[in-house]
Design a protein around this ligand. Structure first.
Ligand SMILES: *Cc1c(COP(=O)(O)O)cnc(C)c1O
Ligand SMILES: [Zn+2]
Length: 420
């Protein structure tokens, strides 16, 4: 056993440090999100010593690198998901990290598991989150395993399968007649009490800590030789900043010798981070507040008008020499079928956006031949069955099967209502 590291909070933007102790949600100086900083000094354990502590199942295997003790975790097994080897594909070596195997079927469980462990340690008695679906399903699931009541605030557009999941685990569902942005603010107000833990993406700094373990597992599965690229479906940008933070941690601790480049995949109507990355790149500065967009995409998990971990996401792209791609719904749905029918991997449309981003990256030579690429399979296809609610058999298949609801203009497709 190695001695635990010590931690503190620091603002993702102005870097102002905040003392460790209670759960903190925002920088009191500038209002931006906080991140968690590990103190590394001359007495810190060596890379080999740290790696020797990686034992047991699930993400608590990396307990030495988590800011809360495993004894506060739920009994569910979160993480430990397969890195599926898809072989040579389009001139690159491709792996898919199958995060659908988590307890509630998405990568969000890694974050929720750490968030609720911290909440239990802090004595919280209730948990709240805003969600486009998966964060809520994840909170409902893991809170249930702790016997902790949970409330989930969702926009009216939330897919039925995800709502059903949240209800099945017994969480209270608060459906707002508005957007995810509206839900976000309501959840934050509901949590204005120290006995309530707010899991809202971005403002809870512990979600990123949980998402780091996905990076740890990828690196370990590849014998600590990190891939050239990791493709991250991106809405709020917290997954992107969490995965980057995980790889940067390994590098800072001397466990790996390189950091992979991150390719953020967005939907083209929910492309705030892509726009700001391009603008910031030209201006050599990161914009302080996000460009607001009006999302309307089949990839419901990526549908955000105002990304909630915007600054940290842009920083993650800069720190990993990353890139951004925004894809149309037509390409996302074509990619979804390809991924399912070529590899037997059926994920949500958000993951399909990542697969479409790979094709785009290859076409533009942003991703070079023979690269080693990992695509994050962020959530199960069973969570968004509405995308495949119209299936036409036989010879029409190539033209009209699997018609998504909201893409009447795409070539080769028609609106689902028009199907026989
Ligand atoms: C939340 C989520 C994402 C995007 O993560 P952000 O932190 O919002 O960028 C992608 N795919 C799935 C399945 C998700 O649940
Ligand atoms: Zn600040």
């Amino acid at each position: 056993m190695i001695p635990a590291f010590s931690y503190r909070y620091a603002c993702v933007r102005c870097a102002a440090p905040q003392p460790w102790g209670e759960i903190r949600y925002r920088c009191p100086v500038c209002g931006q999100n906080l991140r968690i900083q590990r103190q590394i000094d001359a007495d810190s354990p060596s890379a080999a010593d740290i790696v020797s502590t990686f034992q047991g199942r699930g993400q608590w295997r990396y307990g030495a690198l988590l800011p809360v003790e495993a004894r506060w975790a739920s009994r569910l097994v979160v993480g430990d998901t397969p890195l599926v080897d898809c072989g040579e594909h389009g001139g690159v070596r491709l792996w898919v990290k199958d995060e659908a195997r988590n307890p509630s079927g998405s990568l969000k469980d890694r974050a929720t598991d750490v968030v609720l462990a911290v909440a239990r340690r802090a004595g919280c008695r209730h948990a709240v989150t805003a969600s486009t679906g998966n964060a809520g399903a994840s909170l409902a699931c893991i809170a249930a395993s702790h016997g902790m009541p949970a409330t989930v605030v969702v926009p009216a557009s939330t897919p039925l399968a995800k709502l059903a999941q949240i209800r099945a685990y017994g969480a209270k569902v608060c459906e707002v007649d508005g957007s995810y942005d509206d839900a976000f603010e309501i959840a934050e107000r509901l949590a204005d009490d120290v006995s309530v833990c707010c899991r809202n993406t971005g403002i809870n700094p512990f979600t990123r800590e949980g998402k780091k373990t996905c990076a740890f597992e990828i690196a370990e599965a590849l014998d600590w030789r990190v891939p050239d690229w990791v493709i991250v479906p991106t809405g709020d940008g917290n997954m992107l900043s969490g995965i980057a933070a995980g790889f940067l941690d390994l590098h800072a601790l001397g466990i790996t010798t390189a950091v992979p480049r991150l390719l953020a995949a967005q939907a083209d109507t929910s492309d705030s981070i892509t726009r700001d990355w391009r603008a910031g790149d030209e201006a050599m500065a990161l914009p302080a507040s996000p460009t607001l967009v009006n999302p309307d995409t089949v990839a419901d998990s990526l549908s955000v008008g105002r990304p909630r971990d915007h600054f940290a996401a842009l920083h993650a792209l800069r720190a990993t020499r990353g890139a951004c791609v925004a894809l149309s719904d037509a390409r996302i749905m074509a990619a979804s079928r390809d991924l399912a029918q070529r590899f037997g991997l059926w994920f949500e449309p958000s993951t399909a956006a990542g697969y479409a981003a790979l094709e785009e990256g290859l076409a533009t030579e942003c991703i070079r031949p023979r690269s080693r690429v990992v695509l994050l399979g962020t959530g199960s296809g069973l969570k968004s069955p509405q995308c495949f609610d119209s299936v036409v058999p036989g010879h029409l298949r190539d033209y009209v099967d699997a018609v998504p609801r909201r893409m009447p203009d795409a070539p080769g497709y028609g609106p689902s209502e028009a199907q026989p």
